[in-house]
Write a protein that binds this ligand. Structure first.
Ligand SMILES: [Zn+2]
Length: 304
């Protein structure tokens, strides 16, 4: 199959299993722009999203919310102003809350009305739904696509729609797991952030640049530092390779009960995770120095 972003030839990297179901998928990589993509792309993705997908247990939620809030504070400091922001795929609304607390006027966006109403009820912020391209009455100083673009069947189209919604000083902040990271190269089909088939695309800095260029945007800032994704991803990658069960730690953390930890192999897994953590932190710090962290975050502006 040819690359869905730039139409060049692609080669198969490996076959990966869906850790939440029985199906397997190939991950192919474009020889030109370097984007990875899941093949075949399922016609109906809904059946691959269980009802409790990314519905984390209370403690996990608390930790993640703290990390998200910290991340937003760093952005705001770097941006140096408060304006109006749109979060495309606002999920649980944590980022909308954090931005609003910092004086930003916020709008969320979700794919469908049910999701939009849920976030609206939980956060009190306005949430749009439906066709993103239909929003024409407003421009934004900040648009967030956080952990979203890798799930989209046509990422360039959504980037183009975002570009048309940016003000002249506006910034689009976009992130995705980094296929060029050391962690991805080490873990391959067992990479904690691969998540096929829900992740349809697997980006890197080069492939982001090509996709942004096609959408009339230019890359102004890149980082691969992520305390949310890096140390955890190293631990899970090693656990997967040791045979504890594909992403079992993630599955247990998503459930509310933690019941899976209260047996011999569960206790053993927690102990091994604790032992691995210092090494994972060191691996993360070194990979960040070389721009090879597990998550890539790009800031983009409208190309002049
Ligand atoms: Zn390509």
């Amino acid at each position: 199959m040819n690359c869905p972003i730039c139409n060049s030839a692609a080669t198969k990297l490996f076959i990966a299993n869906d850790y939440l179901g029985p199906d397997s998928f190939a991950v192919e990589k474009c020889s030109s722009c370097g984007v990875g993509f899941t093949s075949p792309q399922p016609a109906d993705l809904n059946k691959y999203y269980p009802d409790d997908y990314r519905q984390f247990a209370k403690f996990t939620r608390w930790v993640m919310q703290y990390l998200y809030r910290r991340h937003v504070h760093q952005w705001i400091k770097q941006l140096g102003f408060a304006g109006n922001a749109l979060e495309v795929g606002c999920g649980n609304g944590w980022m909308l809350n954090a931005l609003s607390d910092q004086g930003w006027k916020v709008v969320g966006y979700e794919r469908n009305e049910i999701q939009a109403n849920r976030v609206k009820a939980e956060t009190g912020h306005p949430v749009r739904f439906g066709d993103l391209g239909a929003i024409r009455d407003e421009k934004f100083d900040l648009i967030l696509l956080f952990n979203v673009i890798e799930h989209l069947p046509d990422p360039v189209l959504v980037l183009r729609q975002c570009a048309s919604l940016l003000t002249d000083r506006g910034v689009l902040i976009i992130n995705a797991p980094n296929l060029d990271s050391w962690q991805a190269s080490f873990s391959k089909a067992y990479w904690a952030h691969l998540d096929v088939p829900r992740h349809l695309f697997h980006f890197s800095e080069k492939s982001f640049d090509v996709a942004l260029g096609k959408a009339g945007l230019r890359n102004t800032h890149v980082t691969t530092v992520s305390w949310i994704h890096d140390p955890y991803g190293w631990v899970v990658g090693v656990l997967n390779k040791l045979g504890f069960g594909h992403n079992r730690l993630t599955v247990e953390l998503m459930k509310g009960t933690f019941r899976g930890f209260f047996n011999l192999s569960g206790v053993f897994m927690v102990l091994v995770s604790g032992l691995l953590l210092p090494f994972a932190v060191v691996a993360s710090l070194v990979s960040w120095c070389f721009g090879k962290g597990a998550l890539i975050e790009v800031w983009a502006k409208k190309a002049k």
